[in-house]
Design a protein around this ligand. Structure first.
Ligand code: FAD
Length: 422
């Protein structure tokens, strides 16, 4: 399929949670023939379900649907990778050497696992049955068998020392594994341990306090300030740097029977390799963190995991951002200034067992920004939060978000606070 030199009103780079949602919205507003999407994958995954796939509570198939069901007919769909951007000439470069011309560009390429940063990790994921990760469609189905096969020793879980999507997911799978091992009657034979490069179990105090209690109740051993640096998988040893003293990190090797690694991530190369598109320090897309407009090019917007905000890499954040981008894009098209502002909202339903969880929701300052009135106790372990995560959110995602009008729970929050909340 070629675009024949056409200039699209909007080109959307990346058709994941953020890009696919924008494609559907903008096709309705501007007409499908004026919109182009560049996305190589024929399958769309609801990645948040992978926590439950790894925990043996949902099947991998339940997380996947054909991409074609979600790309509106008459949208120009390039089924290949973006290879680069030429923002001075309003062009998106394609893997096959062609390019697309745009008036406005939306960049939503997600983030890329950086397996090479941990020597041994990729080989282990390819070959060792006791090394797994929920963070990749290719490997998530290894997780539950690895948990089931752990009969002694240590089940080890890691959190990376880079930005990560859904910062709660590295520990959610640990709680599910602990539950499974306990139910199998093997908890006295298996230690469960969590290694995290930071100083606490979670970045938001209100939820961290509750999670610390969960960790204590479940007798989980924690290694804070520990960053995974190497996997000696032939000897079942995970090598960490204790980074409490960053200038002279101490090397620590932890033996494991099974390990779930949440890998380091990096920005997508078409962004990171282009100084006009990327923020200098991080390599992520250089957007204004409130308007989501590019800091150098007013006809470019970004949303989802690839933007230059560390704390908000979730589908829930992407949903909230779609509403902001749509309104600000329209303002710029109308020759006005962007006028709506993203507050950094993100959400993380922290499953703490096979039928319970905590519903963390917070803003860009790490302050709780909760949908439900406080007497619901979102920070407390409850069945209802697990039910929302496992049963309500997938439906909301497939039918409310990627195809529909869902832009996050702000309206609900306002309703519950009689219009007085943020
Ligand atoms: P993605 O959905 O990852 O999409 C990026 C898209 O860009 C992909 O389709 C990819 O094929 C495409 N792409 C990449 N490179 C190129 C290129 N060069 N050219 C063209 N296309 C390209 N979020 C929550 O809200 N709640 C949760 O409980 C939760 N749990 C999670 C658990 C796990 C295990 C994982 C892995 C994620 C979880 N998330 C959760 C995070 C959530 O899935 C992501 O934050 C969300 O998908 C981000 O959307 P995105 O569109 O930015 O990126």
């Amino acid at each position: 399929m070629t675009s024949g030199g056409k200039v699209f009103r909007v080109v959307i780079a990346g058709g994941g949670s953020a890009g696919l949602t924008m494609t559907n919205r903008l096709a309705r507003v501007f007409g499908a023939t004026n919109v182009a999407l560049v996305e190589p994958s024929k399958v769309h995954y609801y990645q948040p379900l992978w926590t439950l796939v790894g925990g043996g509570l949902k099947s991998f198939e339940q997380s996947a649907k054909p991409m074609g069901e979600f790309v509106p007919s008459n949208v120009h769909w390039e089924k290949q990778n973006v290879s680069g951007f030429d923002p001075d000439n309003n062009k998106v470069m394609l893997e096959n050497g062609d390019h697309l011309n745009y008036e406005y560009l939306i960049v939503a390429l997600g983030i890329t696992p950086d397996y090479q940063r941990v020597p041994g990790l990729l080989e282990a994921l390819e070959t060792a049955p006791n090394v797994c990760t929920n963070y990749d469609a290719k490997y998530v189905s290894k997780t539950f068998p690895a948990i089931q096969n752990t009969k002694k020793g240590t089940a080890l879980f890691t959190h990376p020392d880079t930005p990560v999507k859904c910062a709660g997911a590295p520990q959610k799978i640990m709680y599910l594994a602990e539950d499974q091992i306990r139910k199998s009657g093997l908890r006295n034979d298996v230690d469960v341990a969590f290694a995290h490069p930071g100083p606490a179990i979670f970045g938001v105090k209100k939820y961290a306090e509750q999670l610390a209690k969960v960790v204590a109740e479940k007798d989980i051993k924690t290694y804070f300030h520990h960053a995974l640096k190497e996997l000696d998988y032939k000897n079942n040893l995970a090598v960490f740097h204790n980074i409490k003293e960053p200038d002279s990190p101490v090397k620590v090797s932890i033996p494991y029977e099974m390990i779930h690694v949440s890998p380091p991530f990096k920005p997508p190369s078409p962004i990171a390799s282009n100084p006009k598109m990327a923020a200098a320090q991080s390599g992520y897309l250089d957007v204004n963190t409130q308007t989501l407009q590019h800091n150098k090019y007013e006809n470019i917007f970004g949303l989802g995991d690839n933007i230059n905000i560390v704390s908000t890499k979730t589908a829930a954040a992407a949903a909230a951002q779609t509403g902001i981008v749509q309104k600000n894009l329209q303002s710029v098209m109308d020759k006005k200034k962007p006028s709506v502002f993203y507050d950094g909202y993100t959400s993380c339903p922290l499953v703490t067992g096979a039928n319970k969880g905590i519903l963390a929701e917070f803003d860009g300052n790490g302050e709780p920004l909760q949908t439900f009135p406080s007497f619901f106790g979102q920070h407390k372990e409850k069945k209802i939060w697990y039910y929302l995560k496992a049963h309500v959110m997938p439906t909301l995602y497939w039918y409310g978000m990627v195809k529909g009008p869902w832009t996050g729970p702000k309206a609900l929050r306002k309703m519950f606070t009689l219009g007085m909340g943020r």
